[in-house]
Write a protein that binds this ligand. Sequence first.
Ligand code: APR
Length: 318
Amino acid sequence: MKNKITLIGAGQIGGTLAHLIALKELGDIILFDVASGIAKGKALDIAQSAPVNGFNVKLSGTDKYEDTKDSDVIIITAGVPRKPGMTRDDLLSINLKIIKEVAEGVKKTSPNAFVICITNPLDVIVMALQKYSNLPTNKVVGMAGILDSSRFIYFLSQELKIPVQKIKSLVLGGHGDSMVAMLDHTFIDGKKIHQCVDEGMISKNKLDEIVNRTKKGGAEIVKYLEKGSAFYAPAASGVEMAESYLKDLKKHLPCAAHINGQYGVKDIYAGVPVVIGKNGVEKIIELKLNKEEENNFKKSIKAVQELFDAAKKIDPTL
Ligand code: APR
């Protein structure tokens, strides 16, 4: 039987997700949106590219949860994207209401799905999604770390003139200005980034600049686009998580997962390296952090906690 993949939100990211998933033939695709015309129109448009691209999956659009029943994977982008000057956190109250409605719909129709959330502010929205839906924490996860790490690796590759494939790195913590580029876990062609600094391949200032640009990577794109936020790289990152689950690839991926004891943190969602396989988030990998990484990670967790407290003020049932 083919996998059933539902995309809740058929906007910029939702449409790109559908296209990538069709090209990879990961399963049949349902595009769900309150604006059902957008969902139906995009599904039909992508389906009409099947003869050209040679993929064999079904696509349809809907605004009824019933049509998404028993999905294997659900990727959520329903919400409002950032406008110029708006932080991810400004989105909180609008997207919290939307996610409550989505959580209820998903819980009723696909209680066994692996649910990936992309809606911002990510860590708090995915935590609210898990609480509203009451689905198991290993089946509810947020997409952020893959995107942030990918941006960081891209910027490093541009600066160092080294292919992205030769750079390994991780960006962890909250998906906001407090995110933490793990420099001790950053390798350029097998060499620690600190050693590259010592050898003059990159200056400390330039590295700091790149870390900072990564933190503001989303805002940089928002500024260019004027209407809407990034969608190609976020969609690609979401697809990597879905694929690892559906094919039981057990990839190690930085994701916003439910941390409960690891890294000295309890009951919160934030970016950590995890293993994604057929059981969802199968494991949280505990990296050894140096003092600076640990301090920055703790600060980041604190920022997520503060925003979750703000969410609780908006909705005390959380
Ligand atoms: N249920 C389903 N879909 C909804 C709902 C809802 N309750 N509310 C809004 N939507 C739909 C909108 O109709 C729109 O088509 O969500 C879609 C969002 O699409 P875009 O506005 O194009 O936003 P996008 O760029 O895809 O980003 C979505 O992901 O990265 C985050 O910050 C970003 O929170 C934003 C989300």
